[in-house]
Write a protein that binds this ligand. Structure first.
Ligand SMILES: Cc1ncc(COP(=O)(O)O)c(C=O)c1O
Length: 375
């Protein structure tokens, strides 16, 4: 059948086949410990769920304005301004069906065929796909492999066709948080050349050291940064499909056009849950962060005992581990011989590394480490 070559070009990565194999083994009753998941193992805090149910019961089942529920737009503008120090008003906000949808819309809104988008690697898998879906050209630039900070290689990668730089701090998969020097390197080149930044800050609440700085808060960057954020990770709301972007009004307006002709808007009663998440009790976020931190310390300790080097792990919920050689073969061996599923670094343009998610209860993490230690 004649199908779209654009979609054919974004076929799922062969390295993700390991996750599929792990699931098949689990279905067959094999006790596989999966450290490959990218979602919190906690349930959504009860007050958020209650707000959504109450909205449904009140009959909040109708269309809202395309950019989102006005009260939620205001709450996001407020959080962006006060917590992230990004100057923001509600007309610079769009609520989307998850952060992923915001990334997709931003690429659609900004890119023309052949525009180059620099992606700092290791990188989360969907940036490349979203760039290609918008007929853009991804240009991969590695960060320093020992510090995971941005290097001058970024400047060498910039051409007259560079339209955007994608930054993800804290990073999936490395857990690294970009320092001020890295952010300045990005900001300086963007100010000089009028290049936009897509700053994916979805893990900003899950940090274990210094608070990350938003690129959009740096002087002169308000009109150059589209900041993407969401509810999935901080509030354990992956299945709700709710995220947002804040940024220059022309970009947000174009994103709203895309949204207007595709999903129309995020789900109305789900947005009421999001409103409760942002304006209600933040204690559950801190409880989850502490639990992740405990697991993080544990897993890093065990990996270091095994003589394995790891990336900084200052944020998110991933340990990024250097195993050298063929990471796909190593991940396969861990699955076959230890029944521990992890994601090969090749999936993130980082061959020789493995990503281990510690969004798994401590006893299971301990069991996984015991199994891997004796390989
Ligand atoms: C770096 C990064 N950005 C965005 C997302 C997507 O989040 P959402 O569930 O809000 O679409 C993920 C999810 O894994 C992620 O790791």
């Amino acid at each position: 059948m004649n199908l779209s070559s654009r979609i054919g070009g974004i076929a799922p990565s062969a390295t993700l086949a390991i996750a599929g194999r792990a699931k098949a083994l689990q279905r067959a009753g094999v006790d596989v410990i999966s450290l490959s998941v990218g979602e919190p193992d906690f349930d959504t805090p009860a007050h958020i769920t209650a707000a959504c149910i109450a909205a449904l019961q009140r009959g909040e089942t109708h269309y809202t304005p395309g950019a989102g529920l006005p009260a939620l737009l205001e709450a996001i503008a407020d959080v962006s301004t006060t917590r992230n120090r990004i100057p923001c008003t509600p007309d610079r906000v769009i609520v989307t069906a998850g952060a992923k949808d915001a990334i997709h819309q931003a690429m659609q809104a900004v890119l023309n065929p052949g525009d180059e988008v620099i992606v700092l690697t290791p990188d989360w898998v969907s940036y490349e796909a979203c760039i290609r879906l918008a007929d853009g050209v991804p240009v991969f630039v590695p960060v320093d492999p020992s510090t995971f900070q941005v290097t001058d290689a970024l400047l060498e990668a910039v051409t007259d066709r560079t339209r955007m730089i994608v930054v993800n701090s804290p990073s999936n998969p490395s857990g690294a948080v970009l320092n001020r020097r890295s952010l300045d390197l990005v900001a300086d080149v963007c100010r000089d050349r009028g290049i936009l930044v897509l700053s994916d800050e979805i893990y900003e609440r899950l940090v274990y050291g210094a608070k990350p700085v938003s690129l959009g808060s740096l002087p002169g960057m308000e009109e150059l940064v589209v900041t993407v954020n969401g509810f999935s990770k901080a509030y354990a709301m992956t299945g709700w499909r709710l995220g947002w972007a804040v940024g220059p009004k022309p970009v947000i307006d174009y994103m709203a056009r895309v949204q207007g002709h595709t999903t129309s808007q995020a789900v109305t009663f789900v947005m009421h849950g999001g409103l409760a998440a942002l304006t209600g009790d933040q204690a559950p976020v801190e409880e989850m962060r502490r639990a992740f931190d405990e697991r993080r310390r544990y897993i890093l300790g065990r990996l270091h005992e095994m003589g394995l080097a790891t990336a900084p792990a200052d944020g998110a919920f991933y340990a990024f581990v250097e195993v050298g050689g063929d990471d796909v073969a190593t991940a396969s061996r861990w699955l076959d011989e230890a029944r521990v599923a992890v994601t090969p670094g090749s999936a993130f343009h980082a061959p020789g590394w493995l990503r281990l998610s510690y969004a798994t209860a401590l006893p299971r993490l301990a069991e996984a480490m015991d199994r891997v230690a004796v390989l």
